[in-house]
Design a protein around this ligand. Structure first.
Ligand SMILES: [Zn+2]
Ligand SMILES: [Zn+2]
Length: 228
């Protein structure tokens, strides 16, 4: 879910991610698409790596085995669906991702309005799988929709359970049940616009339902004057 951001380079790369290729100052996540020469494409998730992470309980950022506790990054719509497509992360890998990803740290307010041109995704090597990436779409292309608030959902390794697609039974995410601790990311807590406020509040309501506990307080105007 990451791409280049002003915070990339300014944020120290955690030890777990030191071996990852660095693009634009940002340690590229393991789950990203990679050209045949190993160059990652930040912002484009590799479907087969995603499934590997889900099944083998690997961190999507560093590719190493997860342990308890781990972090899922989820939006209101993910809570509504009951699962999140993005695999889990070590807490330090999640903190780095939250600090550097422009959709999470508040530096980018909208998803790109159009997919990246195919030529930007292709390296020119006819043997490279990038020839098929353009057709698969760009995960950062969400028709110019506003960035959504994210919450860091802490769960135990035993709760890192695979969600399967109803149409074919294939692994497509991690269920959001069993949350132990939920923290809104700073960019989400400082929600800027009306739609974000609404999503944030609905997320909190859903979180409260999921955990059976009182949701954390929302700092700032979103809590003081919720708009509907
Ligand atoms: Zn390529
Ligand atoms: Zn990790």
């Amino acid at each position: 879910m990451t791409q280049q951001s002003p915070a990339a380079g300014a944020t120290p790369i955690p030890l777990r991610l030191v071996g990852r290729p660095v693009v634009g100052g940002l340690a590229a996540p393991w789950v990203a698409c990679h050209h045949i020469d190993g160059t990652p494409v930040i912002g484009l998730m590799d479907g087969s790596r995603q499934v590997t992470c889900l099944i083998r309980r690997l961190c999507q950022a560093c590719g190493d085995a997860l342990s308890s506790p781990l972090v899922l990054l989820a939006r209101a719509r993910d809570f509504a669906a009951g699962y999140v497509a993005e695999p889990g992360l070590h807490p330090e890998c999640a903190a780095y991702t939250a600090a550097c990803c422009p959709m999470l740290n508040g530096t980018m307010h909208r998803y790109r309005a159009t997919p990246r041109p195919a030529r930007q995704l292709r390296c020119g090597n006819p043997a490279c799988p990038c020839r098929a990436w353009a057709a698969a779409g760009d995960s950062q292309h969400r028709s110019g929709h506003a960035a959504e608030p994210f919450a860091a959902v802490w769960i135990g390794l035993g709760d890192n359970r695979i969600h399967r697609a109803s149409k074919n039974g294939n692994p497509d995410g991690i269920t959001l049940a069993g949350a132990r601790k939920i923290r809104l990311l700073p960019a989400a807590a400082g929600a800027r616009g009306e739609p974000e406020d609404a999503r944030l509040l609905s997320a909190l309501a859903l979180l409260t339902d999921l955990t059976g506990q009182q949701a954390p307080p929302v700092p700032g105007p979103a809590a003081a004057s919720p708009r509907r």
